[in-house]
Unconditional design. Structure first.
Length: 180
């Protein structure tokens, strides 16, 4: 039961992160489209996308990218994971747009070609780039969390004052400061 609760909390935290990021992208898109008097409402898409993204990303984090990657600096793992996950997002967005267009062009395979050769391709790229940025920062967060420990990020941002964080940094960098 404890493990299930832990998983639910992890998914909820990741979903909250992605929901906030996707809602930000949705508001940005709405503001741009309002300039052209185009109505856009996508809150449900942002929330459902955040739930799906959080579960998929958390599952993908369990997959090792191999011993070579593990011997490299953390940025290598972060960039590789971001590229792989972003490729997955690109494929899913193309398939989603093709599914929406399948009736207009007589079939699913024609719809994929239609999406890639029509103005929808800009929507595909914009969504993929926006989601890729959120994935990158999530992967950076995972690396930082691994470096700081289980509640390190929480402690860093919510328990100590900025002065205390600076003093702790000095003690870590120069252990003789702690003895004075």
């Amino acid at each position: 039961m404890k493990k299930i609760l832990h998983e639910i909390i992890l998914i909820a935290l990741a979903a909250t992160y992605f929901a906030l990021f996707f809602i930000f992208l949705m508001v940005l898109k709405k503001l741009i489209l309002d300039d052209y008097h185009i109505e856009y409402i996508g809150l449900s898409q942002a929330l459902i996308g955040a739930l799906i993204m959080s579960k998929v990303i958390l599952l993908m984090q369990l997959i090792s990218l191999g011993s070579w990657v593990q011997r490299q600096p953390p940025i290598v793992d972060t960039i590789l994971r971001t590229l792989l996950y972003s490729l997955g997002v690109l494929i899913v967005v193309i398939l989603e747009k093709a599914f929406e267009a399948r009736h207009e062009v007589d079939g699913f395979s024609n719809a994929i070609t239609y999406v890639l050769n029509n103005r929808d391709v800009y929507h595909v790229w914009a969504n993929t780039l926006g989601v890729s940025v959120s994935i990158f920062f999530f992967n950076v967060y995972i690396v930082i969390q691994r470096m700081l420990g289980k509640k390190g990020m929480y402690k860093l941002f919510f328990t100590d004052s900025l002065n205390q964080v600076e003093r702790d940094k000095l003690v870590i960098q120069n252990p003789t400061v702690a003895t004075k």
